[in-house]
Design a protein around this ligand. Sequence first.
Ligand SMILES: N[C@@H](CCC(=O)N[C@@H](CS)C(=O)NCC(=O)O)C(=O)O
Length: 211
Amino acid sequence: MIKIYGYPQTRSRRLTWMMEELEQDYEFVLIDLFNGGGQSPEFLAINPAGKVPAMADGDLLLTESAAILNYLGDKWPEKQLIPELGTAARGLFYQWSHFVMAELEQPLWTLGKHRFALPEEQRVPEIMPTASWEFQKALSILETGLGDKPYILGDSFGGADILISHTLIWGINFKQEVSQQSILDYLERCRGRDALARAIAREEALLPEKE
Ligand SMILES: N[C@@H](CCC(=O)N[C@@H](CS)C(=O)NCC(=O)O)C(=O)O
């Protein structure tokens, strides 16, 4: 069975959501990032970077959320969550997946790194307005790409929409403005999916009870 190593509210949600959309069983392995779980010898043997997500499928270990999502989509092609190889739609799937990783999430990650993730002496608060400006630039590219389509590749929801909408939710949680109505409507369509609700419930069930 596929194992997804992750933590709620992180990029591992891209994959629990994908597995729920694919309607496949999987094990969600909680890596307690906030209590040293990412740096345990057991997890470093799975991902030497100590980061989530990671995925195990038999002997195969994979890291990088977009690569894993691509792998999972290819493993169950009949679910049509990513387009067939060699098609124009597949090219556009790659384009938008790489756009998420290289353009849309990078400014958010810059904000995260300089707000809390980097050691304090490495943080540069002056970078924040530039990161927000870059996120706005990426949103305007997304607005153009989306046009009046319901989903990024057309009429059907797919893996690229998971990557994009997960990252938009991240942006909103980071208090970044999303003013484009077409993007807000798109986000509502994506985040209303039952598969996302199931993924969240499955992840959060493993968190220790709050006192
Ligand atoms: N490019 C990687 C980034 C993975 C990443 O940075 N994950 C964060 C959580 S969203 C993490 O595990 N951080 C813990 C750390 O940096 O120690 C991916 O997309 O999978």
